[in-house]
Design a protein around this ligand. Structure first.
Ligand code: NAG
Ligand code: NAG
Ligand code: NAG
Length: 229
């Protein structure tokens, strides 16, 4: 049935379903000194690379015409703002925004049906909130290492599909603010071998040997001793 197949092909092209027939369609803008996301990206694009530029903001609906977009990488930029609905209209299943200056976890609910992997390594995150993650029902992998996170919600119960949490290279105050990390196993959590910077009795202890009850305690307030000699 060559005619029918040909018709299908043209319908698919016209309707923007190109990738299902032709495979991945990349648009590579790596290292182009960009200050903004370019406006001329082809609607057929499935994989968008914007690494090593100077982009500081992902704007609301800035990618909305890229309905086939599945993969976005904006690493090593100067991202400090991801506006609400920045990903609306796309089909993103993997996002990488590592090595930027993000202090706030972005709004991802617009792509909760498709998103399976989110990587926000080496930014300036301090806190992950329950509402940041609630509803991301297909998220399987979350990469948070190299941030300054001191407080996490009950991640494993909020994200029903999660099977890998990268929390490596973090020095933690091992108290009730991170207690939810004790619900993970060594198969699902990637954490430093000895991650506790406090309390003193847990410093140098191997995470997997620590009794969760030792972590389920209020964070101590340490006095800062300034010594004049
Ligand atoms: C994108 O372009 C950069 C620089 O030209 C190159 O190093 C990189 O391998 C390309 N990435 C992909 C996925 O094609
Ligand atoms: C798209 O825009 C970028 C910069 O915004 C420019 O460097 C590039 O040449 C443009 N590409 C096309 C195909 O017009
Ligand atoms: C997790 O721990 C179990 C038992 O302690 C061990 O057999 C297994 O190899 C570990 N898996 C990983 C990925 O470290």
């Amino acid at each position: 049935m060559p005619d029918a197949r040909m018709l299908c092909f043209w319908v698919a092209l016209c309707c923007g379903f190109v990738p299902f027939i032709l495979g991945d369609i990349p648009a590579n803008f790596t290292d182009q000194s960009l200050l903004e996301v370019p406006k001329n990206i082809s609607v057929a694009t499935t994989h968008l690379y914007l690494d090593h530029n100077y982009i500081h903001t992902l704007r609301k609906d800035g990618l909305a015409h890229l309905l086939n977009l599945q993969y976005l990488s904006v690493q090593y930029n100067q991202l400090s703002i991801i506006e609400k609905h920045a990903f609306r209209g796309t089909s993103l299943n993997k996002i990488v925004v590592s090595n930027n200056q993000l202090r706030v976890f972005p709004y991802l609910l617009d792509i909760s049906d498709t998103l399976t992997s989110f990587r926000i390594v080496n930014n300036g995150l301090r806190v992950i909130k329950e509402e940041d993650l609630q509803g991301l029902n297909n998220l399987e992998k979350l990469f948070l290492s190299n941030n300054d996170i001191y407080k996490v919600p009950d991640i494993i119960n909020i994200l029903p599909s999660l099977y890998h949490l990268d929390f490596a290279n973090l020095n933690m105050e091992c108290c009730d603010k991170v207690f939810a990390l004790t619900f993970f196993t060594n198969e699902t959590l990637d954490v430093r071998l000895m991650p506790c910077s406090s309390p003193p009795e847990l410093v140098g202890e191997i995470w997997w040997n620590i009794d969760p009850e030792a972590i389920n305690k209020p964070c101590a307030v340490y006095e800062i001793c300034v010594c004049f000699i």
